[in-house]
Design a protein around this ligand. Sequence first.
Ligand code: VGL
Ligand code: ZN
Length: 198
Amino acid sequence: MSALVIVDVQNDFISGSLPVPNGSEVIPKINELIKSRRWDIIIATKDWHPKDHCSFSSTHKGVKEHTLHSDNKKFNLPLWPNHCVQDTYGAELVDGLDTKSIDRVVLKGTMKDTEFYSAVSDVFQNHETDLVSVLNSYSIGQVCVVGLAFDYCVMYTAMDLQRHNFKTSIKKDCTRSITPEGESNSLKRLEEQGVTIE
Ligand code: VGL
Ligand code: ZN
């Protein structure tokens, strides 16, 4: 059995606070994939942050260094503009995406002090979403990953799925990257992990 996993095709990553360059181009391409009915289940993920999430630069304004406790500051992870705040327009799946064909939505990044890029686990692999158990409940062996952004959430999701022994591929044309350098680094890492780039 096989699954299509559509990562974070949300308003904020297309026309909102953290737009991925040319991100809107993936919408018709992903709709075409959906129409081809090649997968037994279609899952969409959503970055779904509380309004004071540790990955937002605004969360850390005026906070003294020694009082910081959240992962992003402590481990020098990138800080971002506020994005995909729970129950806001920016966090909704983008208009135009064929959402009626999506069987399940998996939320990630919901805990204030923990950064999730992957839709499987947080960056330190201490917490998991329900993605793997959803896939296992459908006896999925193969997963194809598409969406935004290639050099963050798509890459980390694909690497985690491969680590969990799903045969994992990425349809590159149905993704876009935040930066070109990020894209070439990600391609290298994905290849090393055995993820197929189609
Ligand atoms: C993402 C940065 C921060 C992504 C999510 O979906 O690629 N990037 N949060
Ligand atoms: Zn995020």
